[in-house]
Design a protein around this ligand. Sequence first.
Ligand code: NAD
Length: 329
Amino acid sequence: MRILITGGAGFIGSHFVRNLLSGRFPEISEPKVTVLDALTYSGTLTNLEAVADHPGFSFVRGDIRNVELVNSVLPGHDTVVHFAAESHVDRSIHESLPFVTTNVTGTGVLLDATRNHGIGRFVHVSTDEVYGSIASGSWREGQPLAPRSPYAASKAGSDLLALAHHRTHGLDVVVTRCSNNYGPHQFPEKVVPFFVTRLLAGRNVPLYGDGGNVRDWLHVDDHCAGIELVLRRGRSGEVYHIGGGTELTNRELTDRLLRACGADWERVRAVEDRKGHDLRYSLSIRKIQDELGYRPAIPFEQGLAATVDWYRDNPSWWEPLLDQAALHV
Ligand code: NAD
């Protein structure tokens, strides 16, 4: 199977590529991968060093908004797994336009080219943030979208565009929506690597508001396992939730991160809350469990300890990024 993977030099995309080419998805025989990635601030080729010499790997540096480039790269592939996005909520609050152009326009360029070249399945990787915020209970896949941040709004727009290509043209589209991921190789602007790298570097960490916001945390390998299932066996035109990790308030998460890094609450500084901060996200994963037999496999404490070990063992990966990532302190 020849797979075009957009955003494959970023956090989740590079995990998917490494897992695919290291044989962790044996049901996909002889995978050949082309990564299309613009290498923005959050993408780096060091995330792909482990597979750089694999005979089934090739890399194209390019922008998904570039119609000519996308139309030259796509032919010959069987399927597209689309990770490329502007992905950080705080950045989208600061400036929304890159989110609109990459997440909506870029996805539109890919969908048109996928249709024009008769490529097969298009897996659109999305997020639980498209639903807004939920005080209690969990969202099912039919929940109306009610995004609240510019990031979430741009992802919701791209989800709808992808599903519209299925309904209008019969394009073989499947959409995944996942909860918060953690793991190695995550750019240290997101809360887990942001806190871990700052704590390891002896710095303080900022906690938004009262720390009461709730997120579900899933190891990136469990996210990738869900995407692989949906790629192979998801029903065309359907949305699948991927989650079922560990639901924690930001205070509870902070406590676990402090302990994992051997630090205490003296290192935490309260900062003004994020504008429009969603209180709680929660996905029901019954559909992917019942239809595809999905189960997350990595317990949070174990995954977090391994993640902290990775950052501890790889300071050359994150030390040059430490100040670049500090948007809100
Ligand atoms: P990331 O920021 O680590 O990686 C994004 C990648 O996309 C980078 O390699 C970047 O260079 C590339 N990219 C950005 N703009 C591009 C463009 N215009 N053209 C080509 N490449 C471009 O993000 P991530 O955390 O790996 O997220 C990947 C996907 O998963 C995103 O679509 C995101 O919305 C979704 N998602 C993320 C999470 C999470 O917790 N991180 C949770 C659910 C869904």
